[in-house]
Ligand binder design. Structure first.
Ligand code: GLA
Length: 385
């Protein structure tokens, strides 16, 4: 959508001119899944699609939210002095307001906010993180709060953890806030140290395959995985002085195997520790230009998410299998929280169309759902337009 069109919609809905416009992107993750809340590494990038926000301050203490993606919900209003959950999409921006208040900021007036997202909702491309980050960027700007982009990512994550109730890690919000055009970022989620890595894939594209299978389970199962990792960590801490699972090397975990008698817990820990090692190895390989070996590690990541972490499910496995069978696919894996949403694949350009046709047909025949495909462009992070 054109920015002027968004401003015109703002005028139509809120009856005022002069809205400022902000943007925050969705993200893809090349490798490093379910490592962020285990203090490990991730390798995400921002996408060129995300959430636009047109907003303007009000004279009174009212906050009005409207989304062009959820028009049936109409205007959702709140009073800045009393932010309550409503069980709808506006809980994401409301959570951000609540966290700024928790930080002791007195927002002396309300605002009208119109959202439009071109990132598909619930597809595991971080539409929710992009809503949080774009809201945080707007509030930071309007009320002169002086947060930097990393602080905006952190407050957005707190909104999701503390207000929405999803115990996500920092990856999505960090990628949305800090993304850099044509670069992925290697982020150490323990220290938040990061470095950009140019993604100049010669003759290869990043293909995102959306299973169009909703991922309702994500919230509850996600939080369960997270607490299983915490349980495994506690057991390992009797031998190792670590604060996070991903501080361990795969060999350490192997040596500590007897400490975890529950084999499910052991597999969860194994995924986190090995995925972290895989991520570091993958980035090193990419820097050397060995895309083929990078792709193999993406495949291994999927296997582990399927067998050790058990967050794939039929739709993602069917799509990943279909992709793996196609000529021209260098590597493919599920992406994000799991249970539905998207796979990510590296595909040789000359096979891009064929892969979408073949994998799409195979997936549809098995699942009875038509998938969607996007060739990802890597964009930059949150900004005022
Ligand atoms: C979701 C969460 C992230 C991360 C991924 C899995 O996207 O929001 O914090 O844990 O799942 O890697």
């Amino acid at each position: 959508m054109e920015i002027n069109e968004l401003r015109a919609k703002f005028k139509k809905i809120f009856g005022r001119e002069g809205a400022a416009v902000f943007f925050a992107p969705g993200r893809a993750n090349l490798i490093g899944e379910h490592t962020d809340y285990n203090g490990g590494h991730v390798f995400p990038c921002a996408l060129t699609f995300g959430t636009y926000l047109a907003a303007s301050k009000r004279q009174d203490g009212k906050i009005n939210f409207y989304s062009l993606n959820f028009e049936d919900d109409g205007i959702i209003s709140a009073d800045i002095s009393e932010i309550k959950k409503g069980g709808n999409w506006a809980d994401y921006p409301k959570g951000v307001v609540a966290m700024f208040k928790e930080d002791g900021h007195i927002l002396n007036c309300g605002f009208d906010a119109l959202y439009y997202g071109d990132v598909p909702n619930g597809a595991g491309l971080s539409s929710s993180a992009s809503i949080e980050v774009v809201t945080a960027a707007m509030i930071n700007d309007f009320y002169n709060l002086g947060y930097n982009l990393i602080e905006l990512a952190k407050i957005s994550q707190r909104a999701e953890n503390g207000f929405v109730g999803m115990n996500c890690g920092i990856m999505d919000q960090f990628a949305s806030a800090m993304g850099k055009k044509d670069n992925a970022m290697l982020l150490d989620c323990n220290t938040l140290e990061y470095s950009y890595c140019p993604i100049a894939l010669q003759g290869v594209s990043i293909l995102i395959a959306n299973t169009n299978n909703n991922h309702k389970l994500t919230g509850s199962e996600y939080n369960t995985r997270r607490s299983q990792c915490e349980e495994a960590l506690k057991l390992l801490q009797s031998k190792y002085k670590v604060n996070y699972l991903c501080e361990l090397k795969p060999a350490d975990l192997e040596k500590g195997k007897d400490l975890i008698s529950d084999e499910v817990l052991y597999r969860r820990a194994r995924h986190a520790v090995e995925e972290n090692a895989r991520t570091l190895e993958a980035v090193a390989l990419l820097k050397k230009g060995d895309i083929a070996a990078f792709g193999k590690l993406m495949d291994a990541s999927h296997e582990s998410l399927k067998n050790n972490y058990e967050v794939t499910g039929k739709a993602l496995d069917t799509m990943a299998d279909a992709l793996h069978k196609c000529e021209g696919v260098i590597g493919a894996r599920m992406m994000g929280g799991g249970f539905g949403g998207c796979c990510i694949a590296l595909v040789k350009n000359e096979f891009l169309e064929e892969v979408q046709n073949k994998a799409g047909a195979e997936y549809e025949a098995e699942m009875g759902i038509k998938p969607s495909f996007y060739v990802a462009q890597i964009g930059s992070g949150a900004k005022k337009i």
